[in-house]
Design a protein around this ligand. Structure first.
Ligand code: GLN
Length: 487
């Protein structure tokens, strides 16, 4: 018989509501599992076990009294360490914020708690979300549950690896240029970056605020949707959020097939990826075709310029967002002798890791007088042009399909010294961030050596439902358990 930690959250939640098991029993099993497995993976930065147990008892009590406990009753959720949880450290995997305890909850965290979800701990990541492997962390690298010598992807590597290794059923990540989808692909879980403006960023520590969104990660689409429904919605504390009804469904296959989805396949990008990635992606195209979806080859001509545009905009915004950590207003508090401003400032700024420093320098450069027009303004023009290309494509197609990552997971340390090669890994994920549209990574299969390959689907703004429908179709081919590592 399966242990509770292996079951999907929606199944366990039902058992808790029907009083077949208690939330407390379930949370205790999850805590045991984390203690047993996470030494190998390093997906958590901090735990919240005691409060989680207290909350689980409160939920059991409510259930006994017949009070409605919400969509996530008794379900543990891990939170990326750049999303604020009141009373817990919020380090962003940085020495700069090593001692920072958040005085408030991010809106998404309050919403999870309102729906009966239980915050179980904070998850490892690249420092301030800057990276694609979760190696740039003051807490040490996250390891891939499929092979502990390999990277888990990033920057939400802890969020994906903890779910893939069946420590927790659900987590939140943030995605500025692929940080939810990349580790989801490398660890074989499902992760979605929602439409910009559909999920509040209040309480998310900014890296590049015009690009990023918080989103859920899960092992099955049937768990992903309740968490996405929980966190979506407008928020008076984030004036970029859009007022709309967000009620995503996991429709059944027959109803989805009636919608006759038209799928545009980004063939050139598939061809440009590693052979096994390409082969698997085409397998997914075939599966959707077998379901009766209309499939056609297409292209985004400007995708060649996307990477340059992304790295100019992201670093420019990062240099501005991270200027607040100055030893006076925010961040590390030191007290160098003499209280002279320069040493005060540089003492705290030296706490940033090398990759963060590199990006602050690059961002300050592209924003500086004389270069602003040459780099930053141009990058914004390309961004608008890419958005227009997507608009044209979505007149013709419901969904675009491409690989999530151009390569398979690689060994720890293999790309840390090669910034450009590292940045190039984001080539397929940044497109959706530049355009502000939703994109999902779905497990697509395993390579010959047993490494996960994710397939990416992109839809027009506020069309998450189409991505979820495609997720249901693909998950129904093999079942989600095919893609869970044994650990
Ligand atoms: N890898 C990309 C970067 O380093 C994306 C990171 C993210 O989405 N947070 O900027």
């Amino acid at each position: 018989m399966k242990s509770l930690y292996e079951l999907p959250a929606f199944v366990v939640s039902r058992k808790i509501k029907e009083q077949e098991i208690t939330a407390e029993e379930y949370i205790s099993i999850i805590i045991e599992r984390i203690k047993k497995v996470d030494d190998k993976i390093n997906s958590f930065i901090s735990h919240n076990f005691e409060s989680a147990l207290i909350r689980s008892r409160a939920i059991d009590k409510k259930i006994k009294e017949g009070i409605n406990t919400g969509l996530l009753a008794g379900i543990p959720v891990g939170i990326k360490d750049n999303i604020s949880v009141k009373g817990l450290k919020n380090t962003c995997a940085s020495r700069m914020l090593a001692e920072y305890v958040s005085p408030y909850n991010a809106t998404v965290v309050s919403k999870i708690e309102e729906q009966g979800g239980i915050i179980i701990g904070k998850l490892n990541m690249d420092e301030f979300g800057m990276g694609t492997t979760s190696e740039y962390s003051s807490h040490g690298p996250v390891r891939n549950p499929w092979n502990l010598d390999y990277v888990a992807g990033g920057s939400s590597g802890g969020s994906a690896a903890a779910v893939a290794s069946s420590q927790i059923p659900l987590s939140l990540g943030s995605d500025t240029g692929g940080s939810i989808r990349c580790p989801s692909s490398f660890c074989s879980v499902i992760g979605i970056k929602p439409t910009y403006g559909s999920v509040s960023r209040n309480g998310l520590i900014s890296y590049s605020n015009s690009l990023e969104q918080i989103g859920p990660i899960a092992r099955t689409i049937y768990d992903l949707v309740p968490l996405l429904n929980t966190i979506s919605g407008d928020d008076p504390k984030d004036n970029t959020t859009v007022h709309k009804k967000y009620e995503y469904q996991t429709n059944n296959v027959d109803n989805i097939l009636k919608k006759k989805y038209r799928i545009g396949v980004l063939n050139e990008l598939i061809d440009d990826s590693e052979t096994e990635v390409g082969k698997n992606t085409r397998k997914k195209v075939k599966q959707l075709e077998n379901y009766g979806c209309e499939v056609e080859d297409t292209r985004i001509p400007l995708s060649n310029y996307a990477l340059a545009s992304y790295y100019v905009i992201a670093t420019a915004e990062a240099s501005s967002n991270l200027s607040r950590y100055d030893n006076l207003r925010y961040g590390y508090e030191g007290s160098p002798e003499g209280y002279e401003w320069n040493s005060y400032f540089s003492e705290s700024r030296s706490k940033f890791g090398d990759e963060v420093k590199l990006r602050i320098l690059l961002g300050s450069y592209v924003l500086s007088a004389g270069y602003y027009g040459k780099y930053y303004a141009k990058a914004q023009k390309i961004r608008s042009m890419i958005k227009r290309e997507f608009d044209i494509l979505f007149n013709k197609y419901d969904i675009l399909l491409l690989p999530t990552m151009p390569v398979l997971p690689f060994k720890l340390g293999e790309k840390t010294l090669q910034p450009i090669e590292h940045y190039n890994l984001d080539v397929y994920t940044i497109l959706a961030n530049l355009a502000g549209i939703p994109a999902i990574s779905i497990p697509g299969g395993l390579s010959e050596k047993g490494f996960p390959i994710g397939v990416q689907l992109i839809a027009n703004a506020f069309n998450e439902q189409k991505l979820i429908d495609a997720g249901v179709l693909l998950e129904n081919v093999d079942g989600f358990e095919t893609w869970i590592p044994k650990i």
